[in-house]
Design a protein around this ligand. Sequence first.
Ligand code: SAH
Length: 244
Amino acid sequence: MSIIRKIFLLLFPVMIAADAEGQDSYAGQRKAMLDDIVTLTRETRFETGRATLSERVMAAMAKVPRHRFVLPGEERYAYANRPLPIGHGQTISQPFIVALMTDLLDLKPGDKVLEVGTGCGYQAAVLGELAREVYTIEIVDPLAKEAAVRLAALGYRKVTVRSGDGYVGWPEQAPFDAIMVTAGAPEVPPALVQQLKPGGRLVIPVGPQWSGQSLLVIEKDAGGKTTTRNVLAVRFVPLTRDKQ
Ligand code: SAH
């Protein structure tokens, strides 16, 4: 037996043990993250109209390994309730906002969903736990490519990533049961409302770039009429039309 093979065989059980331990410590942090989400949901219930989030959404938040989506070296902050940098001047939203926005979509297992603003792919993975198909668009090409690789490596086969401008939606895949925008838009993009099915929901932060936005839920009824509800004051990176 070669010396390299011997070293490998000796090291292998140690590597497995370290990985199992790493997963366990993240499981503990994920549990603490869920507790934070429960608390913040209760605290914002008068604004959002939701005192608790659905069990399905909480189960998805408990499952997705958020530490695999953050920049190398930032893993220890992955489960803190705050936004984190993901490169290219963009950020991953705080876990509470991800959970709330997901809950507001009221997803059913058969739903077809569009996300605008893939970023690192974390929100898309959460949606992938809850819907039949997820289509997600990112305007920063390297972010789109990295997210696609990451999601495939984690086994999210129902999630399809595309590089492009999500302001115009994804006409080839429309209509959608639900659409989520994870960047602050100056106004509601008309194409996204058009690409919603009757009975569909659009969750989107809208408002001026620097003073923060209002998180809106727009519902389309069976006759195609829309109603808009303002849920919460939020602050997102801007929805831009410029491809990087
Ligand atoms: N949902 C992401 C975080 C989004 S940050 C996650 O889970 O990581 C907002 C993202 O929207 C950024 O990556 C930004 O590049 C992207 N974005 C901004 N304008 C866009 C547009 N017009 N179309 C698609 N993506 C856009």
